[in-house]
Design a protein around this ligand. Structure first.
Ligand SMILES: [Zn+2]
Length: 447
């Protein structure tokens, strides 16, 4: 399979978020729990020596997310906020006519107030479409993106270690390349046409290098629910010479997804496999997607306490992700304040306890000790253990059995959890319920 990873699906790919994660990612006990690292290209361009050196020492497979959707909004590279500096640096690294275009657009944006309204949907996006859409710009971006992914890490390492490169180590190269991509709302969206041209240029360059490159589909789930759109995407993916397709559904959250949406995703994954022998890798996903392994899912990528879904437009929030405890039985995170209440209120909270090495040590067999887990590093390590257990279980369990387990958890805990007052609100509100578990089970057991 062209993810070039050892083992069996579902694979779990850990998305690199911040330098503080490095100690956890490189911990020998943790390294066994994930299959590969996903590095966002703008972070790689920004920390241009530190990250390649880290990957060199890590010796785990990695892939680079080209992050090209950022350039659909001028704001993301010309504002005072957000990803401005790293997006500019990445454009320079991609080089060529694309880099010149971004530099000019960012310059003129300062005085061009009409250029981009407050809404990313409005005039600003039409302007970036005009800026990016000439074929020479798309060709430049497609080519630059492939060269960057294929060479940057090895180039930096070669420069850093010089002739002292240890014989036991090989220069790091990505497990596989990802095609650059734009977000499109439907196959009639002009961004889809631009994306197809862009990916074609990247494919040409990858083929010249004899390297595998995977297409990336970045759209909304509604696109998979409509027959003509689904068919168009299936046909385009079918023509692509790789046996894995990467998919990002905008803001598609596991706990918020409706049954027809879950069904549409499972069907799309299944059709890609049945019609074209291709597997699907979710760029942002969690356990619900892992349940689609039998349909043809290759794996999921996610961050450490976040990133099981992501919205395309939202600029990254400042600061670290919130502290959240992953309940293995709920297959989801809960804020620590909520998690502590849940352990206090449910009958037999011992049954909700995790048996991973971190939890065994910190909780010492008593669920009332959960507040002691309120340390980000412990929460991350516990989550990665829990995710690995889910992966092992998915490999060894038939789907009907896994869905039955979801129903049992729902029946047992939903009424209690949804009656617990939310400790963080002034008005009387209750904790989020477990309806999503019932929805997953129903949607995925439909004939
Ligand atoms: Zn644990």
């Amino acid at each position: 399979m062209s993810l070039n990873l050892p083992g069996e699906p579902p694979f779990t790919l850990l998305r690199y978020g911040m330098p503080a994660d490095k100690d956890i990612i490189a911990d020998p006990a943790i390294k066994a729990l994930y299959d590969a690292i996903v590095i966002p290209a703008h972070i790689l361009a920004f920390f241009h020596e530190a990250l390649p050196a880290f990957l060199y020492g890590l010796e785990k497979p990695y892939i680079v997310d080209p992050m090209t959707y950022m350039y659909q909004s001028v704001r993301s590279y010309s504002d005072e906020w957000g990803t401005r500096r790293s997006a500019r640096k990445l454009a320079e690294a991609y080089g060529g006519e694309f880099a010149r275009m971004v530099a000019e657009a960012a310059e003129s944006h300062g005085t061009d107030v009409q250029g981009e309204g407050r809404s990313a949907e409005g005039s600003g996006e039409q302007r970036t479409l005009r800026l990016l859409n000439p074929e020479n710009i798309l060709a430049s971006l497609g080519r630059g993106c492939v060269v960057f992914q294929d060479e940057v890490v090895a180039d930096v390492v070669r420069r850093l270690v010089g002739r002292y490169v240890a014989v036991s180590r090989t220069l790091p190269t990505p497990a596989v390349l990802l095609a650059p991509y734009f977000y499109f709302k439907s196959v009639r969206d002009p961004w889809y046409a631009a994306c197809v041209t862009l990916q074609g240029a990247a494919l040409d360059e990858a083929q010249r290098r004899g390297t595998q490159i995977l297409p990336v589909i970045c759209t909304q789930v509604a696109c998979l629910e409509e027959a003509f759109q689904r068919e168009a995407l299936l046909a385009d993916c079918g023509r692509w010479p790789a046996d894995v397709v990467v998919l990002w559904l905008n803001g598609f959250s596991q706990s918020g997804a409706q049954e027809p949406q879950i069904r549409a995703l499972a069907d799309f994954v299944g059709e890609l496999h049945a019609q074209h022998k291709k597997q699907t890798l979710m760029l942002y996903g969690g356990y619900m997607c892992m349940l689609m392994t039998g349909n043809g899912l290759a794996g999921v990528s996610h961050g450490m306490l976040y990133g099981e879904h992501k919205e395309v437009r939202r600029l990254p929030p400042g600061g670290p992700p919130p502290d959240r405890y992953y309940f293995p039985l709920f297959h989801d995170f809960r804020k620590m304040s909520h998690a502590v209440r849940i352990m206090q209120e449910v009958d037999s909270p011992v049954d909700l306890m995790c048996e991973c090495p971190i939890c065994s040590e910190v909780l010492a067999g008593d669920p009332r000790n959960l507040p002691l887990m309120w340390r980000t590093a412990a929460l991350k390590r516990h989550f990665l253990q829990a995710r690995n257990n889910e992966k092992e279980a998915t490999r060894g369990t038939a789907l009907p059995e896994a869905l039955d387990a979801l129903r049992v958890t729902y029946e047992r805990y939903n009424d209690t959890v949804r009656a617990i007052p939310n400790p963080d609100t002034r008005d009387l509100q209750f904790l989020p319920d477990l309806e999503y578990l019932r929805k997953w089970a129903t949607a995925l057991s439909a004939p």
